[in-house]
Design a protein around this ligand. Sequence first.
Ligand SMILES: *Cc1c(COP(=O)(O)O)cnc(C)c1O
Length: 391
Amino acid sequence: MTMNKKQFETEAIRTQINRTEFLEHTSPLYLTSSFVFEDAEDMRASFSEEKERNIYSRFSNPNTSEFVDKICKMEGAESGYAFATGMAAVFSTFAALLNSGDHIVSARSVFGSTHSLFTKYLPKWNIETSYFNINEPETIEGFITPKTKILFAESPTNPAVDIIDLELLGSIAKKHNLILVIDNCFATPYLQQPIKYGAHLVIHSATKLIDGQGRVLGGVTVGNEDLIREIYLFARNTGPALSPFNAWTLSKSLETLSVRVDKHCENALKVAEFLEAHPQVNWVKYPFLKSHPQYKVAKKQMKLGGNIVAFEIKGGIEAGRNFLNAIKMCSLSANLGDTRTIVTHPASTTHSGLAEADRLVVNITDGLVRVSVGLEHVDDVIGDLKQALHT
Ligand SMILES: *Cc1c(COP(=O)(O)O)cnc(C)c1O
């Protein structure tokens, strides 16, 4: 019997590997590094890929396949591969698809390690990157050269929560025959599906909202089958595979992604509204606040505003540092997308190595605070922020 494609929430729960003879209700954990063959002919056919089957868990494993299958259904992708971390997914995607001499056009504000990959490591293989300002999308085409192969962006961005028009990126990629790669980590497949707008590949750090409980690291790249094939062969030979245990955990997490993210977004909007009305706050950036510069674009491409709120505290670096020190319940931590609310002050912590002018290029002002709003009762989160703003 062929079943019609089901709704997002149903796919997240009912996409499952085949039951074993024990008729378990939920998928078991396959902690096995390799799989056995019936005989020499079976082994030959498996290695020549005449048969689709598990051979070795660096290539595939039932738990990683289930996880990848779910993400593919959620993103509307043909195929995918799961990685040990989000950065393994980012690195492998670029390394598999690019050759020496190729060129990338990327948004300037990208995740810190992705920025290091573009500025420190890819140039070792003669792969250069040009950066456009996310607030000047009309300049993007000017950076494209005959060597450009990949157009890359994140939306919303970290930590300034800027939004870029995915439909516009899709049309530019199409016109110039580029591979459009979107890091969809902040939105999750529940809030935004870049493939609809013309993305060829979508990357996630599953460590964030996909796990959502601050437990395991993971990453995934999904999208066009031919491109994924290249990435798969690269990964199969270089070894960044996701562990079966983490895949099993992440696949379980996806079952509750929609309800968790709904609540994260509800709490985040309330936190954003509270901050916007607070006298110690210069401005607040949250995609679903009317005051967000790209509010209309956010409304067009996102189901809800996400869980990250950025705001500028009055008083610059000192005020930001004092605010962090006054926080009582929320966590000071490098993660985001956890059940626990996390507060960071980039200018005095993660981005303190950058000169002020360089921070400003990516909209990190001295007083910028990033809140990853969790699933505690929102009154307790607001209460903690409020008392810290008053000290
Ligand atoms: C965290 C993050 C990554 C890297 O993911 P890891 O799982 O930590 O390796 C990549 N992109 C974005 C946008 C992130 O937030």
